[in-house]
Write a protein that binds this ligand. Structure first.
Ligand code: P6P
Length: 338
C-alpha cells in the first residue's frame, strides 16, 4: 500500500494513484507553464540508464562482469569492469539528450563537452556511475549518484562551468541497487522515492515528500580511521558511546546515506590520515546527497561546521569531509567540531 494511503483503507479501494517516475516528472513539469520538457527528458534518460545498470548489477557473476579492468582511474583506484560499463551506459544514454552541455563523471579525468549554450546546451550532469562498486563481489548495495546544474553559456571552460556551489543544483538524486532498486530524487520541491517494478520496467512512486526524523541515535562512520580524526570528531564518538548510540556502517555511501535518509541518524566521513581533506567528492557525491538531506529536513556540514552546499568548488574531483543527516544529530556533531 503506498505510504500516503490511509492504513485502514478497505481492500480493493484505490486510495492513491499509481504514479510512475515518468508521470511524476511530467506532473512536476506541468507546474511550470514555460517548461520545455528538456529537463524531464534528462531525468527520463537517467531512469533508463538506471534500469540497464540495475539489470547488470544483479547478474555480475552470471554476466561475468566482476573484476578489474586493469586501468587506474583519475582517483588512483583500480577501475572495475562494472565501473566502466555503468559509465558507458550513462554517457551513451545521456549523450543523446540535446539539452545537455557538459557531462562529468567520477570515472573520467575531464568533463565531456557535448554542445555549447548557443547550441542548446542548457544543463550539466555530473555523476558517480557506480559508487561503492568494490562491494559488488559481496552483493552489498551499490549506487549511482547524479546532480543536474545549469550551464552558463558565458563561462567557456567545462570545469569552471560545473564548479558551482551545491546550493545552485537544479536537481539531485541517486539510485540504490540494494534489496530493491530505489530511485530517490529532489528538484528542490521535496524528496521523492520510487521503487523499480522490474516486471513492468517502471520506477513507481512509493514515498512523496520524504522527511527525516530530527533525531535518531545512530551514527555511521568508519571507526577504523578514528585515531586519525580531528580531536573534535574523536570527542563526539566518545560522547555518542556514552549516550547509547548504535553504529551502522556499510562502506557504500549510497546505502549508508539511504538508511540515514529513511531512518534518521548521522553519516560522517571526517578528515583522516590518508584523506586529510576527506575522501568523498564534493561535486558528485557530497553536494547531491546534501541537497537531498536538506530537502528532507536534515542538514549537511563540513569538518569545520560550515554548510556543505555553500562551498565554492575549484576542481571536478575535489574531495571534502562530510557530516550529514538528521538536523539534531548533525547539530550534536557540530558542537564538538566547530
Ligand atoms: P572507507 C566507496 O569506495 C566510497 O567512495 C563510498 O561509497 C563510501 O562511503 C566510502 O568510499 C567508504 O570509504 O574508507 O570507509 O572504505
Amino acid at each position: 500500500m503506498p505510504e500516503s494511503a490511509p492504513k485502514q483503507a478497505p481492500r480493493g479501494v484505490v486510495t492513491d494513484n499509481l504514479v510512475s517516475l515518468q508521470s511524476f516528472i511530467l506532473e512536476e513539469e506541468a507546474r511550470y507553464p514555460s517548461a520545455t520538457g528538456e529537463f524531464s527528458w534528462i531525468i527520463s534518460a537517467i531512469s533508463l540508464a538506471a534500469k540497464i545498470i540495475a539489470h547488470k548489477v544483479r547478474h555480475v557473476r552470471l554476466q561475468n562482469v566482476l573484476g578489474e579492468d586493469g586501468i587506474t582511474n583519475v582517483q588512483g583506484e583500480s577501475q572495475l569492469h562494472m565501473d566502466v560499463i555503468a559509465n558507458e551506459v550513462i554517457m551513451r544514454v545521456l549523450g543523446g539528450r540535446k539539452s545537455i552541455a557538459v557531462l562529468g563523471s567520477e570515472e573520467d579525468e575531464e568533463p565531456t563537452i557535448l554542445r555549447r549554450g548557443h547550441e542548446g546546451g542548457k544543463y550539466c550532469v555530473l555523476f558517480d556511475p557506480l559508487d561503492g562498486s568494490s562491494n559488488l563481489d559481496t552483493a552489498v548495495g551499490v549506487g549511482t549518484i547524479f546532480t543536474i546544474l545549469r550551464n552558463d553559456p558565458k563561462i567557456h571552460g567545462a570545469v569552471e562551468t560545473v564548479c558551482q556551489p551545491g546550493h545552485q543544483q537544479v536537481a539531485a538524486g541517486y539510485v540504490l541497487y540494494g534489496s530493491s532498486t530505489v530511485f530517490v530524487i529532489t528538484t528542490g520541491h521535496g524528496v521523492h522515492m520510487f521503487e523499480l517494478d522490474a516486471a513492468v520496467g517502471s520506477f513507481m512512486l512509493v514515498k512523496r515528500d520524504l522527511q527525516m526524523p530530527p533525531k535518531k541515535k545512530i551514527y555511521s562512520v568508519n571507526e577504523a580511521n578514528a585515531d586519525g580524526f580531528p580531536q573534535g570528531f574523536q570527542d563526539y564518538l566518545k560522547w555518542a558511546h556514552t549516550e547509547g548510540y548504535s553504529s551502522r556502517y556499510i562502506g557504500s555511501m549510497v546505502a549508508d546515506v539511504h538508511r540515514t535518509l529513511v531512518n534518521g541518524g548521522v553519516f560522517l566521513y571526517p578528515p583522516t590520515t590518508k584523506h586529510p581533506n576527506g575522501k568523498l567528492r564534493l561535486l558528485y557525491e557530497a553536494n547531491p546527497m546534501s541537497f537531498l538531506v536538506e530537502q528532507a529536513g536534515g542538514s549537511s556540514i563540513t569538518a569545520k561546521g560550515g554548510r556543505t552546499m555553500d562551498i565554492q568548488p575549484h576542481e571536478l574531483h575535489e574531495r571534502v569531509a562530510l557530516v550529514l543527516g538528521s538536523r539534531d544529530e548533525v547539530a550534536a556533531v557540530a558542537r564538538f567540531v566547530k
